[in-house]
Design a protein around this ligand. Sequence first.
Ligand SMILES: C=C(O[C@H]1C=CC=C(C(=O)O)[C@@H]1O)C(=O)O
Length: 419
Amino acid sequence: MPQAASSAPSLTVVTTPIDDPGPLSFMLDSQRPLLWRRRGFGIAGHGEAIRLEFSGASRMTDAAAAWQDLAGRATVHDPLALPGTGLVAFGSFAFAASSSCTSVLIVPEVVIGRAEGRFWLTRIGIDGALPPEGLPTVSPHGPAVRAALEAGTLDPDGYRQAVAEGVAGIRRGELSKVVLARDLIGSVPPGSDLRPVIGALADGYPDCWTFAIDGFIGSSPETLVGVHSGTATARVLAGSAARGTDATSDLDAATELATSTKDQDEHEFAVQSVLASLRPHSSGVIASEVPFTLKLPNLWHLASDVEGTLDDGSTSLDLIQALHPTAAVAGTPTADAVATIARLEPFDRGRYAGPVGWVGADGDGEWAIALRSAQIDPDGTVTAWAGAGIVADSDPERELLETRMKFRPIVEAFDTLAE
Ligand SMILES: C=C(O[C@H]1C=CC=C(C(=O)O)[C@@H]1O)C(=O)O
């Protein structure tokens, strides 16, 4: 049951150092996997001590207020005091204010964490009643299942048409950029064990944020915002190219991307939207002078890192509210882009392209933009989404191919389960 913040009980939180528990993807609950990891950092959750649900335009401000209230009343014993130790909530927010999909903050009963060779176990209980000591028992991975993902509400022809309409609107001067997505749909047997899918994402995309929260899974390369000890960081991605088939064509693809005016324009809109949203909270916020090319297994991206010192004590939840939706997932100007998305995409984006991540008791945390993701509903329906930034020079066929590349992590992770 969702709990109103005012009636939320007091939490007791105890973190203790432990020996290396092994890969976190083997430590997940088979039915309710909770995971956030990238490279040497990861947290996996078991059980739900508290679940807070939000919706509508105020979903992120409501979450920030509820979290401040809950964290303020928690008693925390945390000798490690590292990012991810002590009290944490895993969170995932819907892209649109009008979404029928709820946004959640989940405080697990147990968190297993690792960071740079240190390992910990956090137990969280209500009114002093802590879960038992020791690692939770984890069942062996279930039988293999696979999902063939096929065109959803917006098929390839519909997507080309939507992109053409987006380009026409941009050329008429109605907006400068819009990010248009399409969906793929499949199914797995209800109650399927998704841990092999999540493990495939984590192993295949170690430089991305691999997440599993409330049936929503993915591996996103884009950091919406990280907040640690008064510093905010972000990694802005926009502008993409297919990887080459050999070393020479791969280098050519990266060079072409780095010098493409169309991709640089598309990227600059995204960087400017992040800078504009962070400036009211941070003096001297800076972005890399020129974007760099980021290599992922499925494609190249134009990327810029942004950093600023926070002047106003904003928490990571305050900043996701300030930043979302960036021009990497909506467009420019934001309101026109959001209206164009609502007109041209015949589906609810759900949590795709929304903030996904974790927050700690002090408000520090890490949030990605939920790209390369899929929602698995309790009835086994799998919905995946991928989009592309549309500017005046965009070509519908190329954008369609780009979404195909962006679907690869999810499509292949479900295929990994084939026997
Ligand atoms: C909207 C997506 O990607 C965004 C992030 C990186 C590059 C993008 C692009 O080149 O269009 C998009 O802005 C997606 O993966 O669904």
